[in-house]
Design a protein around this ligand. Structure first.
Ligand code: SF4
Ligand code: SF4
Length: 231
């Protein structure tokens, strides 16, 4: 596995940074470009289709490698973020699904009121991105830059779409040093899923498939695989 070192001293799998630097350009394209040409908001529909296809085999791989907003948080917002640990309650099902219901209800009403106009439809998706990025910036300035990604409704959706595939596994050699948690963009702690005498697995929705923890684990205790015992 090729690796490179970032200024922070965190090793990374090769080429994820290049993917993110390219995808981050989509964000101003939609947010700024959509002001002049609202139909560009349909780019978001294309990306939703793309991540649902990817999620069926690779879980939240889209979040870790391709999401324009995630790329912005990780590569740009991180330059000014205070990077405090993400509060644990953000990851509780009631909080994540509560936010999902609120945001999807809001978007559904907006789409109904935009019915019949392609421009108005496109604007709804652009507005959702503006709302999401604004919330993400507020959170990411104090907490880790990708804090939003731990509660993002689209991430929650991908998590349940891919509960069995390409899961992060932790084997017995884990010494619970917590280095994986430190380098995880959403403060997931894979060591917590260690199973004595076996292999533990991190729930799909808790992992962006970025590989930061795999590359930085001192015991090489982590890897991706399908659910154990399914094959
Ligand atoms: S970095 Fe590796 S050894 Fe340390 S807690 Fe995480 S999985 Fe375990
Ligand atoms: S658990 Fe590991 S692979 Fe998953 S998001 Fe965190 S650092 Fe990336």
């Amino acid at each position: 596995m090729k690796q490179l070192k970032r200024g922070s001293g965190v090793a990374e799998i090769c080429c994820r940074n290049i993917s993110q630097y390219l995808m981050v350009l989509v964000l101003p394209l939609v947010v700024v470009g959509g002001y002049y040409w609202p139909k560009i908001g349909f780019t978001v529909v294309g990306l939703i289709t793309l991540f649902m296809v990817i999620a069926s085999s690779w879980g939240r791989f889209y979040c870790g490698w391709l999401c324009p907003m995630g790329a912005f948080h990780e590569r740009v917002l991180s330059l000014v973020s205070r990077k405090h640990k993400i509060p644990a309650f953000f990851k509780t099902p009631w909080f994540r699904w509560g936010l999902f219901v609120v945001m999807m209800t809001f978007m559904s009403f907006r789409l109904l009121s935009a019915w019949g106009s392609a421009d108005a439809f496109g604007s709804v998706f652009r507005t959702m991105w503006i709302v999401s990025v604004s919330l993400a910036i507020v959170l990411g300035l104090y907490f880790k830059p990708r804090t939003w990604c731990s509660i993002c409704p689209m991430g929650t959706l991908q998590g349940v779409s891919s509960s069995n595939t390409y899961l992060l596994s932790v084997d017995e050699s884990c010494i619970e040093c917590k280095k994986c948690e430190k380098v995880c963009p959403i403060s997931t702690y894979p060591g917590a899923f260690r199973v004595a005498g076996g292999v533990g697995q991190v729930p799909s929705g808790e992992c962006l498939r970025c590989s930061n923890c795999i590359v930085n684990c001192p015991k090489k205790a982590l890897s991706f695989r399908d659910r154990i015992g399914d094959d």
